[in-house]
Design a protein around this ligand. Structure first.
Ligand SMILES: Nc1ncnc2c1ncn2[C@@H]1O[C@H](COP(=O)(O)OP(=O)(O)OP(=O)(O)O)[C@@H](O)[C@H]1O
Ligand SMILES: [Mg+2]
Length: 265
């Protein structure tokens, strides 16, 4: 199989400390991987290593057939929290255009017309035409996240790495962003790795699921990987995987356990 990412016996370090060990998996060219694990499990570390930003590892890691550092132009990475300085009055369009200008070494504030055109197209793709001239800092959480997705897509990546794209969003914003992720999968047919605390909203678009906690616990199709005993081994005895009308749900965090408790009472 042609792969977007291939890892074999990958162990990632911070100096002498092992952050993540025994990672072995293959992801296809248009597959979506949901990366799960509790706080400190190593999700961001794995994503940054695949992105080519963290190079302290042993074992094999290939990204689109290359070493991660050599594949950077083919990969877009959206970090856990964006590092845009919101004091600078950037418009939504400026932010999306940045995704194309950095790659070309352009650091100008003036967006060339050809890039502006593409940035507008990307904004349309994420359902945000009409807000191109609004200031990024004034947008809602869901709109900001969609602008960041547009910025990640403008360079036409073959692999998209998204670190917690749904965290800190309210339920309706989550639904907006989830539907854009579904659209990316359907229309762009690129590979995606998405880390998340709550897998449930994303299960529909996940071809594969990996559960990690300082090491790889499981990797496979959601129905294979999210088995009750595996979930419990990572998240504790209260956690569970349940099926309701053929749909799989994974109950792990405190919020869900609390809700579960109330529902039972
Ligand atoms: N720059 C660093 N130097 C040393 N250790 C680090 C560094 N960054 C992260 N770590 C450690 O590596 C481990 C994994 O951290 P990582 O941020 O990858 O976890 P995570 O699964 O993304 O957590 P979260 O769900 O909180 O985002 C943690 O023990 C963390 O303290
Ligand atoms: Mg993280």
């Amino acid at each position: 199989m042609e792969t977007s990412v291939e890892a074999k016996d990958l162990t990632i370090y911070y100096g002498k400390q092992v952050a993540l060990r025994d990672i072995t998996f293959q992801l296809g060219l248009s597959e979506t991987l949901l990366l799960l694990g509790p706080n400190g499990a190593g999700k961001t570390t794995l994503l940054r290593t695949i992105a080519g930003f963290h190079t302290d590892y042993r074992g094999e890691l290939r990204v689109l057939g290359k070493r991660p550092e050599e594949a950077r132009d083919l990969v877009s990475y959206v970090p856990q929290s964006h590092s845009l300085n919101e004091k600078v009055p950037l418009t939504a369009l400026d932010v999306v255009a940045m995704g194309a200008m950095y790659r070309r070494g352009l650091v100008h504030r003036i967006v060339p017309p050809e890039i502006k055109e593409r940035a507008l197209k990307m904004l349309r793709f994420v359902g945000l035409d009409g807000i191109a001239d609004k200031l990024f800092r004034n947008l809602s959480g869901g709109q900001k996240q969609r602008v960041l997705l547009a910025r990640a897509l403008i360079s036409d990546p073959k692999l998209l790495l998204l670190d917690e794209p749904l965290s800190a969003l309210d339920p309706s914003a989550r639904a907006e962003v989830t539907s854009v992720l579904g659209k990316i999968k359907e229309k762009r047919k690129i590979a995606m790795i998405i880390t998340t605390h709550d897998v449930n909203p994303l299960l529909e678009i996940g071809d594969k699921v990996m559960l990690i906690n300082k090491r790889m616990i499981t990797f496979g199709r959601p129905d294979e990987a999210l088995r009750d005993e595996i979930i419990k081994s990572v998240y504790g005895p209260m956690a569970r995987a349940i099926k309701v009308e053929d749909r799989l749900y994974c109950i792990t965090g405190d919020f869900h356990i609390h809700r579960w408790g109330r529902e039972v009472r």
